[in-house]
Design a protein around this ligand. Structure first.
Ligand SMILES: Nc1nc2c(ncn2[C@@H]2O[C@H](COP(=O)(O)OP(=O)(O)OP(=O)(O)O)[C@@H](O)[C@H]2O)c(=O)[nH]1
Ligand SMILES: [Mg+2]
Length: 366
């Protein structure tokens, strides 16, 4: 009798223990998923954090912009155009690439454009077309990436990737045509402060936290390290083509790896936080001149034929190695992305949310 009672009591205690554990799991799930999945986007400037965030937002929301917002984007794109063209013209000079005499007046006009204002009008549409069709400009565009990187960072090299788009859409922009989602995605504005957006992915509420990547902005990241379900570290695959703001880093790839190493410190994110790397701008790495620059940049370190596949593998290994140095057992998820491609981002995020859910459940023992 006594034994029986004892046994019964033992079972109920185990049950209670189990119930308690179950409750705790449920609370975690409630807290983590039924409420919101919080995803923090980190990465150095220009890696593509805001572009990813915009893509996910506009997949579910209409692109409604006030006249003022449209004007702001138009202005930014025209400034981006001026900065990209200045860089191409400068490259032509450095490489002794001749430009057509008939474009000289417009070239001087571009060179004089102040960095924060634009004086382009409909009267420049023909000049823009003529300059873009100058074979010297096309040659210099190809050569931009071959130049040794200057130490000071410049947005101009980033805008080079958008040079074709900016030229092709110049007429619509100066004619005050409707601003499109592509315009919004291509416009290069550095993020300051913190921007949270909420989206629904596969019936889960996901909050994306987009922060600025500049050094001054990175100080604010720390306020968001608590209470996140996952971190997506966005890294541009063409980082080795761009100068870094950080004087100690050789280029943006070096700077990005340095920041990645910092956030991997065990004191920063708990083991429960899913860590992912998005290797972004795959379209740019595929370009012939980017691969040529890659071969020059990693001479001696990289052996073999520089193709898109081998270059991705090489760059990815740099991020993975840093992670395994810090956490031998931590799973790192990585994806190759093109943030300008709506389908690419939206399709990938379904898989990302699924991974976050499964990884978190596994970590809490379910
Ligand atoms: N070609 C190409 N351009 C991209 C891609 N993703 C982003 N960009 C462009 O890269 C530029 C920088 O992107 P952002 O999303 O503003 O970069 P960010 O990481 O938010 O930068 P900060 O706010 O300064 O930290 C923009 O002009 C984008 O249009 C991509 O996959 N391919
Ligand atoms: Mg941004």
């Amino acid at each position: 009798m006594f034994t029986c009672l004892k046994k019964k009591e033992k079972v109920s205690r185990a049950d209670r223990e189990h119930q308690k554990k179950q409750k705790s799991f449920e609370n975690k799930i409630d807290r983590g998923f039924q409420d919101k999945i919080r995803v923090l986007l980190l990465g150095i400037p220009g890696s593509g954090k805001s572009t990813i965030s915009k893509q996910l937002y506009y997949a579910q929301n209409d692109l409604t912009m006030s006249k003022e917002e449209q004007e702001e984007i138009r202005k930014v794109l025209l400034l981006n155009y001026a900065s990209a063209m200045k860089k191409i013209i400068e490259t032509a000079k450095l490489r002794n690439i001749g430009l057509k005499r008939k474009n000289k007046k417009f070239i001087n006009f571009i060179k004089k454009q102040p960095p924060h204002e634009t004086a382009f009008t409909k009267l420049h549409i023909r000049d823009v077309k003529n300059l873009w069709s100058d074979p010297g400009i096309q040659k210099a565009l190809y050569e931009v990436k071959m130049l040794p990187l200057k130490t000071e960072a410049s947005l101009a090299t980033e805008n080079i990737n958008n040079a074709q788009y900016l030229n092709e859409n110049f007429a619509r922009l100066v004619k005050h045509g409707e601003i499109t989602l592509d315009d919004h995605l291509r416009s290069r504005i550095r993020t300051t402060g913190i921007h949270e957006i909420e989206v629904n992915i596969d019936h889960r509420n996901v909050v994306l936290i987009d922060v600025g990547g500049q050094k001054t902005e990175r100080r604010k990241w720390i306020h968001h390290f608590q209470d996140v379900t996952a971190v997506i570290y966005v890294a541009a695959l063409d980082g080795f083509c761009h100068p870094s703001e950080d004087r100690e880093s050789k280029n943006c790839l070096d700077e990005s790896l340095k920041v990645w190493k910092e956030i991997l410190k065990p004191t920063i994110f708990s083991e429960e936080v899913a860590m992912m790397v998005f290797l972004n701008k795959k379209d740019v790495l595929k370009q012939e001149n980017t691969l040529k620059k890659f071969a020059n940049e990693f001479k001696g370190q990289f052996l073999g034929e520089p193709t898109f596949g081998t270059a991705v593998k090489f760059i990815k290994s740099k991020y993975v190695n840093k992670a395994t140095e810090k956490y031998a057992n931590r799973v790192l998820y990585s994806h190759i992305t093109m943030a300008l491609d709506k389908d690419d981002v939206n399709f990938l995020f379904k898989a990302v949310v699924d991974t976050i859910v499964r990884s978190t459940l596994r970590k809490i023992g379910m």
